[in-house]
Design a protein around this ligand. Structure first.
Ligand SMILES: Nc1ncnc2c1ncn2[C@@H]1O[C@H](COP(=O)(O)OP(=O)(O)OP(=O)(O)O)[C@@H](O)[C@H]1O
Ligand SMILES: [Mg+2]
Length: 298
């Protein structure tokens, strides 16, 4: 073990006391976290993510996790000699692809996240949007003349299912699959699911964990603060593309609705969640309805 000097003790004590106002600020609040497939590639980072979520729970925050798993679905499709195809960032989902997406998201990725969290205690429950009819979905219309197959849009969130878990202090981990009244399954973009769930829960905050620093401007610089108007402008100008489009449009809908604020950050950096929640300024891009919503010093 490395001996600590008194300076190190001082630093540790300083860090611990600095966290106090943030714990007070977030305690009792609901925070939806979209955990992107690209941010969960590294085993060490996945373990850190799980322990950060557990720490959030223990300081009295209610985390709700919604996850993607695009790279993991692609990996399994290739194992079965299937080549994925995308239209405007949506995976074209025929019946066979839907079956694989469901197996990978619900059977593998979801259970891995739950298991990492539950190494710290019986803290988490995994579910897909089909469980308890949590996410009612309908078919997303064709885009650019292409039929997307079983790609869905969220029609309704039965939020009581999540509220029930939160009332038992459990951390819901939700796979972005939904179903319609006939029992058909749909593959839904996890960014959209996270935004809809945050809105249905009137969450205080939504955090998108991806593999870029946040929203980048056309010169590649990180934008650290953005309001609803700025989001609309970037979407209209085509300054965001591919996987960033559903994130920015979901953030926009969330902050224009009941969600206090949204953050898009790099989930591949160590303890990104703790830095975001418990340090001044946070990391990534913070999105608010209006810049006036920002308190002084934030
Ligand atoms: N203006 C922009 N700023 C930042 N990233 C952008 C921008 N426009 C497009 N992107 C792209 O969006 C990508 C992030 O979305 P992507 O869907 O790939 O990740 P994810 O949602 O975290 O993962 P998954 O979809 O597997 O859950 C970035 O890697 C980047 O290539
Ligand atoms: Mg994505």
């Amino acid at each position: 073990m490395i001996a600590l000097s008194t300076d190190d003790f001082g630093l540790k004590a300083k860090v611990l006391t600095e966290v106090l106002p943030y714990i007070k600020m977030h305690r009792g609040k609901t925070v939806v976290i979209k955990y992107g497939g690209n941010a969960m590639q590294d085993e060490g980072i996945r373990r850190m993510f799980a322990s950060d979520v557990v720490l959030m729970r223990y300081v009295g925050i209610n985390p709700v996790i919604v996850h993607g798993g695009g790279p993991q679905i692609t990996e399994y499709m290739r194992k079965l000699s299937m080549e994925p195809s995308f239209v405007n960032g949506h995976r074209v989902t025929d019946s066979e692809t839907m079956e694989i997406a469901k197996m990978v998201l619900v059977g593998k990725v979801n259970k891995e996240i739950v298991s990492l969290i539950n190494r710290h205690g019986a803290l988490s429950m995994g579910l897909s949007g089909e469980d308890g009819n949590l996410i009612m979905a309908g078919k997303r219309p064709s885009e650019d003349g292409a039929d997307l197959g079983w790609v869905g849009d969220v029609e309704h969130v039965n939020v009581e299912v999540i509220e029930e878990l939160l009332s038992h202090e459990l951390i819901p981990v939700i796979a972005s699959v939904g179903s319609d009244e006939e029992g058909n399954s749909y593959n839904i973009n996890a960014d959209i699911v996270a935004g809809e769930i945050a809105t249905a829960l009137s969450a205080d905050k939504i955090i998108y964990m991806t593999n870029v620093k946040g929203i980048l401007d056309p010169s590649g610089e990180l934008i650290s603060r953005l309001d609803a108007e700025g989001c609309s402008r970037m979407l209209a100008n085509g300054d965001v593309s591919e996987g960033m489009i559903p994130k920015v449009s979901s953030c926009l809908a969330a902050v224009e609705g009941p969600v206090g604020r949204a953050t898009i950050l790099d989930g591949t950096i160590e303890h990104a969640l703790l830095l975001e929640l418990f340090t001044s300024g946070g990391v990534g891009t913070m999105i608010v309805q209006s810049m006036d919503d920002l308190l002084e010093g934030e």
